[in-house]
Write a protein that binds this ligand. Structure first.
Ligand code: SF4
Length: 704
């Protein structure tokens, strides 16, 4: 009889603890019952449908061994790992010797464990000397990273989930938490229901399940978040509901911000945002009258061409009211993926290095070079290509080796037709994943089987900075290897044997945490052995009492990571949507997620219960618009944008604001014809975070 195993859910950034009953022995390739782990501090035994059914998908449609084809019009042939590594090394050397190392790119994933992320950074940024490693986190939360860095001097969500249950007011902005982070939402909602004085405000153009539970729902026009935040700030200032001592002692640039917010009268803001003035005043009153305010956000703010400014203007409200660094207070980004936080810590974006260091900072580069025992100036001072810049590199021929791992860009990138054309232009694409086929596999020359959750040991960090050890408790399918092992083997075969002399992931983790010492994300006291006993929240410097595992918020001393230790106000006006509606494309299309499905359905598309819940993607349209176009629920509707076309079944509902449409992002071409949401979206990105505005584009509709 097997023992139950404690691990973490491999789906979203809530990071719920799971208890899994392995079925049979290590060789049987099956996973038994999955339950919530009552001892996990982040989820207290709760799980949603994705976590509860995760075991059902893990061993289905798996890639078994490396496959190769010379060109995309040929069939794949099975090859050995040795042959696969030879092909990778040959192409890397060819590109290095012809166009240079910046012609090599990797596109990784928030599905990686931290150990996978770390070894990829060492391989690319340290040994290959290119910063061309980016991850799908760029499409998910890079605006949250740059927002925190801009306002506080470093990344890192300051709050813990316990703050959700110790607040007076929760502002949920651009997040359908009920569907996308269900267990966080359960905590918010339960506390809100039990405590009459606690207010919940939801800001979202859709009346989602999250909005249904709120005291106040503000269905603002897409792209007007900054106007709304500046409008709330205007009222707080006018009513004298600010904290002058906090502002004077712990912040900079407030005078400039005061000048900006003078322009944001309630009449003007209500008009811009398309909401009643009285509702704006109510929202500002809730904030003004609450001693403790917490704000939560996800893609509605992050996926924007002004994502960084949106987040920083929301943080402004916390700074002007002193709702920071205390219980029940603070700006709290909800991470999309299970280990996007671990990726940020390990340097898993094209502009950062391990330990919350920045590529453009010469001291940070020098520190990492020293820790990696590399010659001076080994790390390039240039930020690498971001997710979309790599696609553009394929289009122009600047990128000639494209390595995709644990993600499915042929569904999730913006402007899919352009993405696919760029991939057709790639001389050499490696696709490393657990599942096969996927949409991206159709564009690959070399396909590598990756071990997956339950088949490799490592760690993940969730949205509240809790690190959970994920043990290996089932056998990899076929010849699958852990991602970090594949990267390390490539490093060794490139001649960097001593840099990748790891025997197991515990050794990788030990080296990784040593790079966080004395950094804002210091976790130098962590090890696999310690984490096997229980999940631990960072910061956790070497020497921390091992019993002190949980309950740390950041900035309790109000010393920020900026040069003068003060938080920074940003004073900006909104530029609005990058692609506003116009006479040819009069609707704003917003794209999002559903409760049951995960990203591009590589796992959840294989679970009968979830497919029954969400059998197809529906287009939400307001009754007024539907009637104008003669559309009824169940009719097929063609949506066009400047880039592409899709056909979706209509759902006429008042849940969506007039002149706004909603479709889910999950369906790629393997799951249905013309149902790719991202064939419509555009890649215009925030100039700071480089995160594309996947949340809004201009479209037109016709009844089919
Ligand atoms: Fe998994 Fe997220 Fe659901 Fe928790 S809320 S069980 S982490 S998908």
């Amino acid at each position: 009889m097997s023992e139950k195993v404690k691990t973490v859910c491999p789906y979203c950034g809530v990071g719920c603890g799971l208890e899994v009953m392995p079925s049979g022995d290590d060789q049987t390739k099956s996973i038994g019952k999955v339950m919530g782990d009552r001892t996990h501090p982040s989820s207290l035994g709760k799980v949603c449908v994705k976590g509860a059914t995760v075991g059902e998908s893990i061993k289905k449609s798996r890639l078994q061994y490396p496959l190769w084809r010379e060109s995309l019009d040929k069939e794949f042939q099975r090859i050995s790992w040795d042959e696969a590594f030879d092909k990778i090394i040959n192409q890397i050397n060819k590109v290095k010797n012809t166009i240079g190392v910046d012609g090599i790119c990797m596109y990784g994933s928030g599905q990686f464990q931290t150990e996978d992320y770390y070894i990829a950074q060492k391989l690319f940024k340290g040994c290959l000397r290119t910063n061309n490693f980016d991850a799908n986190s760029r499409l998910c939360m890079s605006s949250a990273v740059s927002g925190y860095v801009g306002s506080f001097g470093a990344d890192g969500p300051p709050c813990t989930y316990t703050d959700l249950e110790n607040t007076d007011c929760a502002f949920l902005v651009g997040t359908n938490t009920a569907d996308c982070h269900p267990i966080v939402f359960n905590r918010v909602r339960a506390y809100h229901k039990k405590n009459d004085h606690v207010k919940m405000v939801v800001i979202d153009p859709r009346r989602t399940a999250t909005a249904e539970a709120a005291d106040l729902h503000l269905p603002i026009r897409p792209g007007t978040d900054i106007d709304l935040f500046n409008g709330i700030a205007h009222l707080l200032q006018k009513w004298g509901k600010i904290d002058p001592d906090f502002i004077a002692q712990y912040t900079d640039n407030f005078a400039h911000y005061q000048e900006i917010i003078k322009d944001y009268s309630p009449e003007k803001v209500a008009h811009i945002c398309g909401i009643p003035e009285a509702d704006l005043i109510t929202a500002a009153t809730y904030w003004a009258e609450s001693n403790r305010v917490i704000s939560l956000w996800s893609m509605g703010l992050n996926q924007s061409s002004e994502g960084t400014a949106k987040i920083r203007t929301l943080i402004n409200l916390h700074l002007m009211t002193g709702t920071m660094g205390r219980e029940g207070c603070g700006p709290f980004s909800l991470t999309g993926q299970p280990n996007a936080m671990g990726g940020r810590e390990a340097g898993g974006l094209a502009h950062i290095l391990p330990g919350y260091r920045l590529i453009h900072n010469p001291n940070h580069r020098a520190e990492v070079e020293q820790l990696w025992n590399l010659p001076e100036n080994s790390i390039s001072p240039e930020a690498g290509k971001t997710a979309w810049e790599a696609i553009m590199g394929l289009e122009t021929g600047e990128v000639q080796f494209y390595w995709v791992a644990a993600t499915n860009p042929v569904v999730s990138m913006p402007d899919l037709e352009r993405t696919k054309k760029a991939l057709l232009n790639s001389p050499f694409t490696v696709y490393q994943d657990a599942y096969f086929p996927t949409e991206t596999a159709y564009y690959a020359h070399l396909v590598l089987p990756a071990a997956q959750w339950s088949e490799k040991a490592g760690t993940m960090t969730n949205s509240e900075r809790v690190v959970t050890y994920c043990p290996r408790f089932s056998q990899p399918v076929g010849e699958g290897k852990a991602d970090w092992e594949i990267f390390a083997e490539v490093g060794r075969r490139l001649g960097f044997e001593e840099y990748f002399a790891f025997e197991n992931s515990a050794q990788v983790y030990d080296e990784y945490v040593s790079l966080t010492k004395n950094r804002p994300c210091d976790m130098s006291g962590l090890s696999h052995d310690l984490l096997k006993q229980a999940p631990i929240q960072w910061p956790f410097p070497e020497g921390t009492n091992p019993d002190d595992k949980y309950g740390r918020r950041l900035y309790t001393d109000l010393k920020f990571h900026t040069p003068n230790q003060k938080a920074q106000f940003i004073a900006v006006h909104s530029r609005g949507l990058a692609e506003p509606p116009n006479p040819d494309y009069p609707f704003v299309l917003t794209i999002g997620r559903l409760y049951g499905h995960w990203h591009t359905m590589t796992r959840t598309g294989r679970i009968a219960k979830i497919n029954k819940m969400h059998p197809e993607p529906l287009l939400e349209i307001h009754p007024k618009d539907a009637s104008q176009y003669g559309i009824e629920s169940g009719d097929m509707v063609a949506i066009t944008s400047l880039r592409g076309k899709g056909i979706f079944k209509a759902l006429v509902t008042r849940a969506i604001a007039p002149r706004t449409l909603f479709i889910p992002m999950h369906w790629g071409f393997l799951w249905g014809e013309n149902t790719e949401a991202n064939s419509l979206s555009h890649p215009i990105a925030c100039p700071v975070s480089k995160q594309p505005e996947l949340k809004a584009c201009a479209v037109n509709i016709t009844k089919v």
